[in-house]
Design a protein around this ligand. Structure first.
Ligand SMILES: C[S@@+](CC[C@H](N)C(=O)[O-])C[C@H]1O[C@@H](n2cnc3c(N)ncnc32)[C@H](O)[C@@H]1O
Length: 209
């Protein structure tokens, strides 16, 4: 197992409480507003973790397919939301999502992109599963210089430059691309006592024509 896989398998039982220290529910609400979500529709939560985005989508009355590579994270979600209801759980990888082409109304990915090996390929894959008119919203970190996030939380990318993200959306065939501030920082103190990060969070929206 890679360091990142091991990390998420290990932290899964405490991820939801760790997440509360990093950022608030306002992040997902901003994403849902950007996508203009409508109750009853189908969304995919990619890199779903312990279900931060899924929980908010359930509150808004959507059906959700939650995808993550971590068995432990999906087990946490099943404990929280049960099985056989509005949430379906699928093990999957960023580059090979276990969903059909043009099958969902919305795709959300919160704090997922900075963990994947190839962000442009991951965005192409998320665009592939959107129905025509469907919307992708990625919430993630702006570029930063807090190296301890790589060492302590297995981040692969130190955030992103928004023009790069906008270009990857366009290259994935998405239109009406908009990238804006969520209005909240992701905050983390280093375990080594060598720093405290406060990194702004962006919401990137694109629509499949
Ligand atoms: C930082 S957590 C975010 C979880 C959740 N979206 C949240 O906001 O709390 C990143 C999640 O992405 C998953 N992940 C990382 N790389 C992945 C990949 N290449 N394919 C599928 N899942 C991946 C991890 O297992 C982890 O659950």
């Amino acid at each position: 197992m890679t360091g990142s896989r091991n990390y998420f398998e290990t932290v899964a039982p405490k991820w939801d409480s760790m997440r509360r220290g990093f950022f608030s529910e306002a992040v997902r609400e901003r994403a849902f507003d950007a996508a203009d979500v409508v109750a009853g529709r189908l969304a995919a939560d990619i890199g779903a973790g312990a279900g931060f985005v899924t929980e908010g989508l359930l509150e808004r009355g959507l059906r959700i397919i939650a995808v993550d590579r971590s068995e432990a994270m999906l087990a946490e979600m099943k404990n929280r939301f049960g099985e056989g209801g509005a949430v379906e759980y699928r093990i999957g990888e960023a580059e090979f999502l276990p969903l059909e082409d043009s099958s969902v109304d919305y795709v959300f990915a919160n704090m997922f992109l900075h963990h994947v090996e190839a962000p442009p390929a991951a965005i192409r894959e998320m665009a592939r599963i959107l129905k025509p008119g469907g919307r992708l919203v990625i919430t993630d970190l702006d570029r930063h210089e807090f190296d301890f996030l790589r060492r302590e939380h297995c981040d692969r990318w130190m955030g992103f430059d928004r023009p790069d993200v906008a270009r990857w959306f366009a290259e994935a065939g998405l239109v009406d691309v908009e990238i804006d501030c969520v209005g909240e920082n992701c905050c983390a103190a280093s375990q080594c006592g060598c720093g405290a990060a406060a990194v702004s969070i962006f919401a990137a929206l694109g629509t499949r024509p």
